[in-house]
Design a protein around this ligand. Structure first.
Ligand SMILES: [Zn+2]
Length: 172
């Protein structure tokens, strides 16, 4: 039983080592130019600013970014920011470029405004549901504890003005 567990552990480690080896073999191959240099038909020299972020396995990432921002602008931008922030910068450029290609008018602003409207709608729904809960629990208290005025919630008059439009039919 203990042996089986050990074998499972060894197998997992073996798979991890093989995967890590394959990954290193593909991304540090000395003859494979990065996606940017391949697209721009130039020699991918050691220290190429694009090479860590545009692997040859993902050519679309570079072509999108190049179409929208232009390779020289991206290269300038990468040289202006700290190396530890370059990966995040490239990923956000790739996201923005893809969104702009899909939606030439609004780009990622389209997605942002859809999400903002969704947040507003859900916030209104949540406020209305909370108002219903307060109203429902105050009705319950009146039915079950008519003598104890201390248990009545103090807030019904503080409900949002639009709560009536959302109210459920709890009234008998
Ligand atoms: Zn390169």
């Amino acid at each position: 039983m203990g042996g089986r567990g050990t074998n499972g552990f060894l197998l997992k480690n073996f798979v991890f080592v093989v995967m890590a080896h394959n990954h290193m073999a593909s991304s540090t191959h000395p003859n494979a130019p990065c996606a940017a240099c391949k697209f721009l038909r130039r020699k991918c020299i050691q220290g190429c600013v694009f090479s860590p972020y545009f692997p040859p396995e993902d050519p679309i990432k570079f072509t999108n970014v190049h179409k929208i921002f232009g390779a020289s602008n991206v290269s300038k931008l990468l040289n202006e920011i700290a190396p530890h922030q370059r990966e995040d910068a490239v990923n956000s450029l790739a996201y923005e470029a893809e969104a702009r290609l899909k939606d030439p008018v609004y780009g990622c602003v389209g997605a942002i405004s859809v999400l903002q409207r969704q947040v507003l709608r859900l916030q209104k729904e949540l406020d209305a549901t909370n108002a219903d809960l307060i109203r429902f629990s105050s009705n319950q208290n009146m039915l079950t504890m008519p003598q104890s005025s201390e248990n009545y919630p103090q807030t019904p008059h503080a409900l949002p003005p639009d709560y009536n439009t959302y109210s459920w039919n709890y009234d008998p």
